[in-house]
Design a binder for this molecule. Structure first.
Ligand code: LMR
Length: 332
Protein backbone atom coordinates (compact mmCIF):
# COMPACT_ATOMS: atom_id res chain seq x y z
CA UNK A 1 0.00 0.00 0.00
CA UNK A 2 2.77 2.39 1.10
CA UNK A 3 4.72 1.49 -2.05
CA UNK A 4 1.67 2.35 -4.18
CA UNK A 5 1.24 5.76 -2.47
CA UNK A 6 4.95 6.48 -2.97
CA UNK A 7 4.85 5.66 -6.67
CA UNK A 8 1.69 7.77 -7.11
CA UNK A 9 3.47 10.68 -5.42
CA UNK A 10 6.50 10.23 -7.67
CA UNK A 11 4.30 10.34 -10.81
CA UNK A 12 2.55 13.44 -9.45
CA UNK A 13 5.90 15.15 -8.85
CA UNK A 14 6.99 14.50 -12.45
CA UNK A 15 3.67 15.83 -13.80
CA UNK A 16 3.89 18.96 -11.62
CA UNK A 17 7.50 19.61 -12.66
CA UNK A 18 6.59 19.29 -16.33
CA UNK A 19 3.63 21.64 -15.86
CA UNK A 20 5.78 24.38 -14.34
CA UNK A 21 8.62 24.17 -16.85
CA UNK A 22 7.40 24.18 -20.41
CA UNK A 23 10.91 24.01 -21.86
CA UNK A 24 11.92 21.07 -19.75
CA UNK A 25 13.97 18.95 -22.11
CA UNK A 26 14.80 15.31 -21.72
CA UNK A 27 18.56 15.36 -21.75
CA UNK A 28 20.54 12.59 -23.39
CA UNK A 29 23.72 10.94 -22.13
CA UNK A 30 26.78 12.95 -23.18
CA UNK A 31 24.93 16.29 -23.23
CA UNK A 32 26.01 18.95 -20.75
CA UNK A 33 22.96 19.91 -18.66
CA UNK A 34 22.45 23.68 -18.44
CA UNK A 35 20.04 24.68 -15.70
CA UNK A 36 18.23 28.01 -16.17
CA UNK A 37 16.50 29.20 -13.02
CA UNK A 38 14.20 32.21 -12.75
CA UNK A 39 11.46 33.55 -10.53
CA UNK A 40 8.65 34.53 -12.92
CA UNK A 41 5.78 32.52 -14.37
CA UNK A 42 2.81 32.73 -16.73
CA UNK A 43 2.68 32.15 -20.48
CA UNK A 44 2.46 35.88 -21.28
CA UNK A 45 5.47 36.94 -19.19
CA UNK A 46 8.35 38.24 -21.36
CA UNK A 47 11.03 36.47 -19.26
CA UNK A 48 9.17 33.16 -19.45
CA UNK A 49 8.87 33.48 -23.23
CA UNK A 50 12.53 34.44 -23.72
CA UNK A 51 13.88 31.74 -21.38
CA UNK A 52 11.82 29.07 -23.16
CA UNK A 53 12.87 30.37 -26.60
CA UNK A 54 16.51 30.25 -25.57
CA UNK A 55 16.14 26.68 -24.28
CA UNK A 56 14.33 25.52 -27.42
CA UNK A 57 16.94 27.00 -29.73
CA UNK A 58 19.95 25.64 -27.82
CA UNK A 59 18.34 22.23 -27.50
CA UNK A 60 17.77 22.11 -31.26
CA UNK A 61 20.89 23.83 -32.58
CA UNK A 62 23.33 22.39 -30.07
CA UNK A 63 21.64 19.03 -29.81
CA UNK A 64 24.06 16.39 -28.49
CA UNK A 65 26.24 19.06 -26.83
CA UNK A 66 24.05 21.10 -24.50
CA UNK A 67 20.66 20.52 -22.91
CA UNK A 68 18.92 23.50 -21.27
CA UNK A 69 16.36 22.85 -18.53
CA UNK A 70 14.25 25.86 -17.48
CA UNK A 71 13.03 26.13 -13.88
CA UNK A 72 10.54 29.04 -13.59
CA UNK A 73 8.62 30.35 -10.55
CA UNK A 74 11.56 30.06 -8.08
CA UNK A 75 11.17 26.25 -8.26
CA UNK A 76 14.94 25.66 -8.26
CA UNK A 77 16.33 28.81 -6.63
CA UNK A 78 14.59 31.95 -5.39
CA UNK A 79 15.97 35.48 -5.15
CA UNK A 80 18.14 34.97 -2.11
CA UNK A 81 20.16 31.97 -3.31
CA UNK A 82 20.39 32.10 -7.10
CA UNK A 83 23.52 34.24 -7.52
CA UNK A 84 25.45 32.17 -5.02
CA UNK A 85 24.21 29.00 -6.75
CA UNK A 86 25.54 30.29 -10.09
CA UNK A 87 29.00 30.77 -8.63
CA UNK A 88 28.85 27.31 -7.05
CA UNK A 89 27.91 25.74 -10.41
CA UNK A 90 24.52 24.50 -9.16
CA UNK A 91 22.82 26.47 -11.95
CA UNK A 92 24.28 27.87 -15.19
CA UNK A 93 21.83 30.54 -16.37
CA UNK A 94 19.83 33.24 -14.59
CA UNK A 95 17.96 36.43 -15.49
CA UNK A 96 17.60 38.37 -12.22
CA UNK A 97 16.32 41.89 -12.02
CA UNK A 98 19.09 44.52 -12.19
CA UNK A 99 17.91 45.65 -8.74
CA UNK A 100 19.22 42.49 -7.09
CA UNK A 101 22.99 42.97 -7.48
CA UNK A 102 23.68 45.44 -4.66
CA UNK A 103 26.11 43.13 -2.86
CA UNK A 104 28.18 42.65 -6.04
CA UNK A 105 28.16 46.08 -7.73
CA UNK A 106 26.78 49.53 -6.88
CA UNK A 107 26.79 50.61 -10.54
CA UNK A 108 23.49 48.87 -11.36
CA UNK A 109 21.84 51.32 -8.96
CA UNK A 110 21.66 53.60 -12.01
CA UNK A 111 18.86 51.45 -13.47
CA UNK A 112 16.82 51.94 -10.28
CA UNK A 113 16.94 55.74 -10.12
CA UNK A 114 13.34 56.95 -10.26
CA UNK A 115 12.28 58.51 -13.56
CA UNK A 116 15.80 58.25 -15.07
CA UNK A 117 14.32 56.68 -18.23
CA UNK A 118 11.27 58.34 -19.71
CA UNK A 119 10.16 55.07 -21.29
CA UNK A 120 11.37 51.64 -22.35
CA UNK A 121 12.82 52.97 -25.59
CA UNK A 122 15.16 55.33 -23.67
CA UNK A 123 16.19 52.46 -21.40
CA UNK A 124 16.94 50.29 -24.44
CA UNK A 125 18.90 53.08 -26.15
CA UNK A 126 21.04 53.33 -23.00
CA UNK A 127 21.63 49.56 -22.72
CA UNK A 128 22.61 49.48 -26.42
CA UNK A 129 25.12 52.34 -25.97
CA UNK A 130 28.83 51.77 -25.29
CA UNK A 131 28.39 52.68 -21.60
CA UNK A 132 25.44 50.30 -21.30
CA UNK A 133 27.30 47.45 -23.01
CA UNK A 134 30.38 47.96 -20.83
CA UNK A 135 28.15 47.70 -17.76
CA UNK A 136 27.11 44.19 -18.83
CA UNK A 137 30.35 42.91 -17.42
CA UNK A 138 30.58 45.08 -14.30
CA UNK A 139 30.83 41.90 -12.20
CA UNK A 140 33.41 40.02 -14.26
CA UNK A 141 35.83 40.06 -11.32
CA UNK A 142 33.22 38.20 -9.25
CA UNK A 143 32.90 35.44 -11.89
CA UNK A 144 29.65 36.61 -13.53
CA UNK A 145 29.18 37.11 -17.29
CA UNK A 146 26.38 39.30 -18.65
CA UNK A 147 24.99 37.80 -21.88
CA UNK A 148 22.46 40.56 -22.50
CA UNK A 149 19.87 42.89 -21.02
CA UNK A 150 16.29 41.67 -21.17
CA UNK A 151 13.91 44.57 -20.66
CA UNK A 152 10.76 43.78 -18.72
CA UNK A 153 8.82 47.02 -18.50
CA UNK A 154 8.31 50.19 -16.52
CA UNK A 155 7.13 49.80 -12.93
CA UNK A 156 3.87 50.92 -11.37
CA UNK A 157 2.79 51.19 -7.74
CA UNK A 158 -0.11 49.17 -6.42
CA UNK A 159 -1.55 49.41 -2.91
CA UNK A 160 -4.56 48.55 -0.80
CA UNK A 161 -5.84 52.10 -1.41
CA UNK A 162 -5.74 54.33 -4.51
CA UNK A 163 -2.41 56.15 -4.92
CA UNK A 164 -2.96 59.33 -6.91
CA UNK A 165 -0.34 61.64 -5.45
CA UNK A 166 2.74 60.68 -3.41
CA UNK A 167 1.21 61.80 -0.11
CA UNK A 168 -1.38 58.99 -0.54
CA UNK A 169 1.49 56.58 0.18
CA UNK A 170 2.42 58.21 3.48
CA UNK A 171 2.79 55.66 6.30
CA UNK A 172 2.21 52.61 4.03
CA UNK A 173 4.55 49.63 3.85
CA UNK A 174 5.80 48.65 0.37
CA UNK A 175 7.54 45.47 -0.67
CA UNK A 176 10.75 46.28 -2.58
CA UNK A 177 13.54 44.27 -4.13
CA UNK A 178 16.90 44.24 -2.31
CA UNK A 179 17.97 47.60 -3.72
CA UNK A 180 19.20 50.52 -1.61
CA UNK A 181 17.91 52.92 -4.27
CA UNK A 182 14.42 51.39 -4.12
CA UNK A 183 14.48 51.61 -0.31
CA UNK A 184 15.45 55.29 -0.45
CA UNK A 185 12.74 55.95 -3.03
CA UNK A 186 10.05 54.50 -0.77
CA UNK A 187 11.37 56.51 2.18
CA UNK A 188 11.18 59.65 0.01
CA UNK A 189 7.41 58.99 -0.18
CA UNK A 190 7.29 58.93 3.68
CA UNK A 191 6.48 55.21 3.43
CA UNK A 192 8.38 52.13 4.71
CA UNK A 193 10.33 49.80 2.40
CA UNK A 194 10.18 46.07 3.11
CA UNK A 195 12.72 44.04 1.07
CA UNK A 196 11.30 40.62 0.25
CA UNK A 197 11.80 37.75 -2.22
CA UNK A 198 9.50 37.83 -5.24
CA UNK A 199 7.96 34.45 -4.37
CA UNK A 200 6.63 35.87 -1.10
CA UNK A 201 4.95 39.00 -2.47
CA UNK A 202 1.45 37.67 -3.20
CA UNK A 203 1.12 36.15 0.30
CA UNK A 204 2.46 39.31 1.95
CA UNK A 205 -0.09 41.47 0.09
CA UNK A 206 -2.92 39.05 0.83
CA UNK A 207 -2.18 38.84 4.55
CA UNK A 208 -1.46 42.61 4.71
CA UNK A 209 2.12 42.14 5.90
CA UNK A 210 2.72 44.91 3.35
CA UNK A 211 0.26 47.43 1.90
CA UNK A 212 1.67 47.71 -1.57
CA UNK A 213 4.36 46.84 -4.12
CA UNK A 214 5.84 48.11 -7.40
CA UNK A 215 6.13 46.06 -10.55
CA UNK A 216 5.47 45.72 -14.29
CA UNK A 217 2.09 44.87 -15.83
CA UNK A 218 3.47 41.42 -16.66
CA UNK A 219 4.34 40.64 -13.04
CA UNK A 220 1.19 42.24 -11.63
CA UNK A 221 -0.93 40.14 -14.00
CA UNK A 222 0.87 36.78 -13.99
CA UNK A 223 1.35 36.78 -10.21
CA UNK A 224 -2.21 38.08 -9.66
CA UNK A 225 -1.10 40.96 -7.41
CA UNK A 226 -4.05 43.01 -8.74
CA UNK A 227 -6.43 40.57 -7.03
CA UNK A 228 -5.16 41.51 -3.57
CA UNK A 229 -4.72 45.27 -4.13
CA UNK A 230 -7.21 48.12 -4.46
CA UNK A 231 -5.64 49.38 -7.68
CA UNK A 232 -2.43 50.05 -9.61
CA UNK A 233 -1.27 53.55 -10.52
CA UNK A 234 0.39 54.17 -13.87
CA UNK A 235 3.45 55.93 -12.43
CA UNK A 236 6.14 54.44 -14.76
CA UNK A 237 8.54 55.53 -12.03
CA UNK A 238 11.26 52.96 -12.56
CA UNK A 239 12.59 50.41 -15.00
CA UNK A 240 12.49 46.66 -14.51
CA UNK A 241 15.28 45.09 -16.55
CA UNK A 242 17.04 41.74 -16.24
CA UNK A 243 20.62 40.65 -16.62
CA UNK A 244 20.58 37.47 -18.69
CA UNK A 245 23.72 35.93 -17.26
CA UNK A 246 25.98 32.96 -16.77
CA UNK A 247 29.24 32.30 -14.98
CA UNK A 248 32.77 32.58 -16.33
CA UNK A 249 33.41 29.00 -15.23
CA UNK A 250 30.52 27.67 -17.28
CA UNK A 251 31.41 29.67 -20.40
CA UNK A 252 35.05 28.61 -20.15
CA UNK A 253 33.99 24.96 -19.87
CA UNK A 254 32.56 25.05 -23.43
CA UNK A 255 34.67 24.31 -26.51
CA UNK A 256 35.20 27.34 -28.77
CA UNK A 257 32.62 26.34 -31.40
CA UNK A 258 29.88 25.54 -28.86
CA UNK A 259 30.65 28.75 -26.98
CA UNK A 260 30.35 30.94 -30.05
CA UNK A 261 27.06 29.28 -31.11
CA UNK A 262 25.72 29.60 -27.55
CA UNK A 263 26.59 33.34 -27.50
CA UNK A 264 25.06 33.88 -30.95
CA UNK A 265 21.77 32.31 -29.81
CA UNK A 266 21.90 34.41 -26.61
CA UNK A 267 22.29 37.61 -28.72
CA UNK A 268 19.44 36.69 -31.05
CA UNK A 269 17.06 35.73 -28.24
CA UNK A 270 17.96 38.96 -26.40
CA UNK A 271 17.12 41.05 -29.50
CA UNK A 272 13.82 39.24 -29.97
CA UNK A 273 12.93 39.68 -26.28
CA UNK A 274 13.55 43.41 -26.39
CA UNK A 275 11.59 43.80 -29.63
CA UNK A 276 8.50 42.12 -28.18
CA UNK A 277 8.53 43.43 -24.62
CA UNK A 278 6.36 46.53 -25.17
CA UNK A 279 3.69 44.36 -26.78
CA UNK A 280 3.84 41.87 -23.88
CA UNK A 281 3.38 44.69 -21.39
CA UNK A 282 0.43 46.10 -23.34
CA UNK A 283 -1.19 42.65 -23.45
CA UNK A 284 -0.79 42.13 -19.70
CA UNK A 285 -2.14 45.62 -18.95
CA UNK A 286 -5.26 44.67 -20.93
CA UNK A 287 -5.38 41.29 -19.18
CA UNK A 288 -5.50 43.04 -15.78
CA UNK A 289 -8.41 45.24 -16.86
CA UNK A 290 -10.25 42.29 -18.39
CA UNK A 291 -9.81 40.33 -15.15
CA UNK A 292 -11.39 43.18 -13.17
CA UNK A 293 -8.22 44.93 -11.92
CA UNK A 294 -8.31 48.73 -11.53
CA UNK A 295 -5.72 51.07 -13.06
CA UNK A 296 -5.35 54.73 -12.05
CA UNK A 297 -4.13 56.95 -14.88
CA UNK A 298 -2.33 60.14 -13.75
CA UNK A 299 -2.70 63.65 -15.13
CA UNK A 300 0.62 65.34 -16.06
CA UNK A 301 0.31 67.49 -12.88
CA UNK A 302 -0.17 64.43 -10.65
CA UNK A 303 2.73 62.65 -12.30
CA UNK A 304 4.96 65.69 -11.73
CA UNK A 305 4.30 65.39 -7.99
CA UNK A 306 5.74 61.84 -8.05
CA UNK A 307 8.77 63.03 -10.01
CA UNK A 308 9.40 65.89 -7.59
CA UNK A 309 8.99 63.71 -4.50
CA UNK A 310 11.56 61.19 -5.73
CA UNK A 311 14.14 63.41 -7.39
CA UNK A 312 16.23 63.88 -4.18
CA UNK A 313 17.10 60.14 -4.38
CA UNK A 314 19.47 60.89 -7.29
CA UNK A 315 21.79 63.08 -5.18
CA UNK A 316 21.77 60.51 -2.39
CA UNK A 317 23.38 57.93 -4.72
CA UNK A 318 25.55 60.22 -6.84
CA UNK A 319 28.84 59.19 -5.23
CA UNK A 320 28.03 55.50 -5.01
CA UNK A 321 26.84 55.11 -8.62
CA UNK A 322 28.98 57.83 -10.21
CA UNK A 323 27.80 61.19 -11.49
CA UNK A 324 29.03 60.57 -15.05
CA UNK A 325 27.17 57.29 -15.30
CA UNK A 326 23.97 58.91 -14.03
CA UNK A 327 24.29 61.79 -16.50
CA UNK A 328 24.95 59.43 -19.41
CA UNK A 329 21.93 57.24 -18.60
CA UNK A 330 19.70 60.27 -18.09
CA UNK A 331 20.70 61.63 -21.52
CA UNK A 332 18.82 58.91 -23.48
C1 LMR B 1 10.65 41.36 -8.47
O1 LMR B 1 11.34 40.77 -7.63
O2 LMR B 1 9.76 42.15 -8.20
C2 LMR B 1 10.94 41.11 -9.95
O3 LMR B 1 12.22 41.45 -10.21
C3 LMR B 1 10.76 39.69 -10.35
C4 LMR B 1 11.17 39.49 -11.76
O4 LMR B 1 12.18 38.82 -12.00
O5 LMR B 1 10.47 40.01 -12.64
Amino acid sequence: MLKKINSTLAVLAVVLTAATSSAFASCEPGEKVVKFSHVTGGATHPKVVAANNFAERVNKELNGKLCVEVYPNSTLFGDSKELEALLLGDVQLLAPSLSKFGSYTKKYGVFDLPFIFKDMNSAMAFTNSKTGKDLLNAMEDKGFVGLGYWMSGMKYFSANKPLIVPTDAKGLKFRVQTSDVAKAMISAMSASPQPMAFAEVYGALQTKVVDGQENTWSNIYTKKFFEVQDSTTETSHQLLGYLFMTSKDFLNSLDADTRSKFIKIADEVTNAENKSVNQAEETNRKNILQAGGKINVLTPEQRKQWVDAMKPVWTQFETEIGKDLINTAAGF
